[in-house]
Design a protein around this ligand. Structure first.
Ligand SMILES: NC(=O)c1ccc[n+]([C@@H]2O[C@H](COP(=O)([O-])OP(=O)(O)OC[C@H]3O[C@@H](n4cnc5c(N)ncnc54)[C@H](O)[C@@H]3O)[C@@H](O)[C@H]2O)c1
Ligand SMILES: [Zn+2]
Length: 363
């Protein structure tokens, strides 16, 4: 088992990474000060069906434990579920010394974290990620729910007490979710770590290679990139924004299609390919956009869905949290491993989006 420290301005906490590190959960809970007065496990239906019993069995003081299971899917990262969980927490008598366990992927992690951030002005929580994608979402303390008008529009910064990344839980993950999570792994390589990018291209020709020691290695490096950025900038006043590489168009695609219609990672993969193309245009530099797109297609990432028209996407991109005075701001790739935030004029976005559509075979 690996133990990595996540350090932010407001807090330092451990991330345990290993095949079966969930077995540490009881010790971690027992060592918490003050001792947890009660524990609420929040999960979703698919994850709970596979793994909730296992987690319940590990906790020795079962009298303290409650669980709340929401349906699976991105559309459940909603204000309605947030409110329903708060109601449940009040009904069962959670108090300031209670602890929430987020057992699931990024949806459960973001939702549970936002409940923890606001219940009685903030209580402790532990992230127990169960997807590949959650190597990203479980680290760094961004928690949120979606609004029909935009992704993650209602949220907070609230760091967990610990992250317990038990990779055996990934054994039940569907193939499409491996691909979704791998997009954030590719993102971490592209924005900050050329050597990792080279390793991925050589060692991971297909997603089925991402198992065992290679999985542990990739997670450790990708989490390291995320942790380094969060350590520098906890609340996104500077470099943390780089983590949004691919997310300007990605979020626009996700929310335009309807939450859960396309996975987060598939949408971000489209967004990254677009960001690379626009980077070539802005920097007037060959970044091998077509060849990089092939790298994405090698894993089965989709092309831009034909029904998404340029004007609708531009309108959505202007509602992005990075937008400033109505201008689209995007993270662009200067080179593999190097990005920066750039304000891109609407006309440029329009022009390159049209070129992108052409290259996708859409017009
Ligand atoms: N907070 C952050 O910094 C941050 C960063 C990146 C992404 N996110 C958010 O994360 C979310 C996406 O996370 P996700 O891709 O993990 O989605 P998810 O939590 O919805 O999980 C994807 C699907 O896999 C199922 N699943 C999860 N674990 C499983 C397992 N072990 N076995 C079988 N099925 C399993 C879920 O039930 C769900 O249907 C988005 O809402 C995104 O905005 C947040
Ligand atoms: Zn993301």
């Amino acid at each position: 088992m690996e133990r990595v420290h996540i350090t932010t301005k407001s807090k330092r906490y451990p991330l345990y990474l290993g095949m079966n590190c969930i077995e540490q959960l009881d010790d971690i809970l027992r060592e918490m000060q003050p001792a947890p007065s009660s524990i609420l496990i929040i999960s979703d239906e698919a994850v709970a069906a596979f793994h909730l019993q296992h987690v319940l069995q590990i906790i020795s003081n079962e009298r303290l434990v409650h669980s709340y299971v929401v349906p699976s899917g991105e559309k459940e990262k909603s204000f309605e579920n947030y409110y329903a969980i708060q109601t449940y927490a009040l009904e069962i008598g959670l108090d300031r010394n209670s602890v929430i366990l987020a057992l699931g992927g990024g949806m459960v992690g973001d939702l549970s974290g936002f409940v923890a951030a606001t219940f009685m002005r903030g209580i402790r929580f532990i992230q127990i990620p169960t997807t590949l994608l959650a190597h990203d979402s479980a680290v760094g303390g961004k928690v949120a729910v979606n609004h029909p008008l935009g992704k993650n529009m209602i949220g907070a910064f609230h760091q967990p007490e610990a992250v317990i990344y038990n990779t055996a839980f990934l054994d039940t993950l569907p193939e499409a979710e491996w691909r979704s999570g791998f997009a954030e792994v590719m993102k971490h390589a592209l924005i900050r770590d050329e050597a990792f990018y080279t390793w991925l291209r050589k060692e991971i020709p297909t997603l089925s290679e991402l198992r065992g020691d290679k999985l542990l290695y990739a997670l450790k490096v990708a989490i390291g990139v995320k942790a380094a950025i969060v350590a520098e900038d906890e609340t996104e006043t500077g470099v943390r924004a780089y983590l949004n590489f691919g997310h300007t168009l990605g979020h626009a695609v996700e929310s335009t299609m309807g939450y859960g219609v396309i996975t987060h990672g598939d949408a971000v993969a489209i967004g990254m390919r677009f960001a690379i193309l626009i980077s070539e245009y802005i920097y007037k530099k060959e970044l091998h956009a077509a060849e990089l797109s092939q790298w994405f297609f090698q894993y089965g990432y989709p092309r831009l869905p034909a029904e998404l028209d340029t004007e609708r996407l531009i309108k959505k991109m202007k509602q992005d949290k990075k937008a400033y005075s109505g201008s689209i701001r995007m993270v662009l790739l200067k080179d593999i491993g190097e990005v920066e935030m750039v304000t891109v004029p609407d006309e440029t976005v329009r022009l390159v989006l049209e070129e992108f559509r052409k290259r996708e075979g859409l017009s």
